[in-house]
Design a binder for this molecule. Structure first.
Ligand SMILES: [Zn+2]
Length: 316
C-alpha cells in the first residue's frame, strides 16, 4: 500500500457535531485499528495484491513452518519490517487515541504490529494488540516462556543489519529510496545460520522470534480474554473503526458485539466502500479520508488540540 498523499480531509460540520455530542456523553468506547492507520504514517503494508518482499510472497514467510525451515530468511524479513516501522513516526491519530484512553473508559483493539500505538505512549492496559508486535520478541522453544516487549533495537543483532554493497556506488546513494521498494533484489542478503540469529537469554537454547501472530497460529489467548472481559462488563456506547474494513474475524465480530451492546459505529477510512460487513445504520457515521487528520478533529471535544511536536516517541 502506498503512503497517503497530503490531501485535506474535510469532515462535514453536521456529522462532526452529532459525533462529538455522542462522544462527550459516551462512557464506554471501543476502537478497532487496521492497516489504513499505519498507511497514514507512510508505512507500506504487505497485505493483499503485490505483497512481495523481494521474490517472496510475504504471507509465505509469516508462518511457523517458514521459521522452522529458514529462520534466517524469516528474521531478515522481520528485521526489514522493524527497520521500516522505525523509519516512520506515530501520526496525530495515534496520539489522539492515546490521549482519549487517558480521559475515558476506552479500549483499543489493534490489528497493526508496527509498534506505532505503543510509541505514541498509548496506555498499555488499554491497548490490545490482536496480532502481536514486531517489537515484541519471544523464545521459539515450546517449553520456554521468555518474552520481551518493546525492543526497538535496530538491527536486533548486527548480522541482521540491512545490507549495503560498498562496492556499488548506486546501491548506497539509492538505498533509502530502495528500501521502499519491497520487490528490490539488487541488494544481496547474506545467508544466516543459527549462530548469527538472536538467541533466548533465558533458556540459552531457543532462537528468539518476532512476537507477531503468524498464519496457522492462534491469536493470543490472554489478549482475547481481556477483550471479552471488557466487552462483557457493561453496555458499549461507541465503536470507532479506523483504517480497516473490519470484514474478517475477529474484527468483524467485535463490531457486531459492540452493536448488540448498544454501540453506534463510526468508520474512519480512505475508501468509502470499506464499511463493516454488517453495513452502516442511519445512526452511524462514515468519515472518509485520512485518519491522521480526521481522528484528532473528531476527538477534540474530549482531548483538546493534538500537537504532535510536543509529544514524545517511546522508540527515541
Ligand atoms: Zn528460551
Amino acid at each position: 500500500m502506498a503512503a497517503t498523499t497530503a490531501r485535506p480531509s474535510v469532515v462535514p460540520k453536521k456529522d462532526l457535531e452529532s459525533f462529538q455530542e455522542h462522544l462527550n456523553k459516551s462512557t464506554r468506547i471501543l476502537a478497532l485499528l487496521g492497516a489504513g492507520l499505519s498507511a497514514s504514517s507512510g508505512l507500506p503494508t504487505f497485505r493483499g495484491a503485490g505483497g512481495l518482499w523481494r521474490t517472496h510472497d510475504a504471507t509465505s514467510l509469516a508462518t511457523p513452518e517458514a521459521f522452522g525451515r529458514d529462520p534466517g530468511l524469516v528474521w531478515q524479513f522481520y528485521s526489514y519490517r522493524r527497520h521500516m516501522a522505525l523509519g516512520v513516526k506515530p501520526n496525530p491519530a495515534h496520539y489522539a487515541l492515546a490521549e482519549l484512553a487517558r480521559k475515558k473508559n476506552f479500549l483499543t483493539l489493534s490489528q497493526n504490529v508496527d509498534g506505532l500505538s505503543p510509541r505514541a505512549r498509548h496506555p498499555a492496559d488499554k491497548l490490545k494488540l490482536l496480532h502481536g508486535s514486531l517489537f515484541d520478541v519471544k523464545c521459539s522453544d515450546f517449553f520456554c516462556d521468555y518474552l520481551e516487549k518493546n525492543n526497538y533495537t535496530d538491527p536486533i543483532v548486527p548480522t541482521l543489519a540491512i545490507p549495503t554493497d560498498e562496492s556499488d556506488p548506486t546501491t548506497n546513494s539509492a538505498l533509502a529510496a530502495r528500501e521502499l521498494d519491497i520487490s528490490d533484489e539488487n541488494v544481496a542478503i547474506p545467508e544466516l545460520d543459527y549462530d548469527h540469529l538472536p538467541k533466548c537469554p533465558k533458556c540459552k537454547r531457543g532462537l528468539l522470534r518476532p512476537g507477531v501472530v503468524w498464519f496457522n497460529e492462534r491469536l493470543p489467548s490472554d489478549v482475547l480474554e481481556d477483550v471479552d472481559t471488557w466487552m462483557d462488563e457493561d453496555d458499549i456506547d461507541l465503536i470507532m473503526v479506523i483504517g480497516t474494513s473490519a470484514k474478517v474475524y475477529p474484527a468483524a465480530g467485535y463490531v457486531d458485539i459492540a452493536r448488540r451492546k448498544g454501540a453506534r459505529v463510526a468508520v474512519i477510512n480512505m475508501d468509502k466502500g470499506d464499511a463493516p460487513a454488517s453495513g452502516l445504520y442511519s445512526r452511524d457515521w462514515f468519515f472518509e479520508g485520512d485518519a491522521a487528520q480526521i481522528v484528532p478533529e473528531l476527538l477534540k471535544s474530549v482531548i483538546g488540540e493534538t500537537n504532535t511536536e510536543e509529544l514524545s516517541d517511546a522508540a527515541q
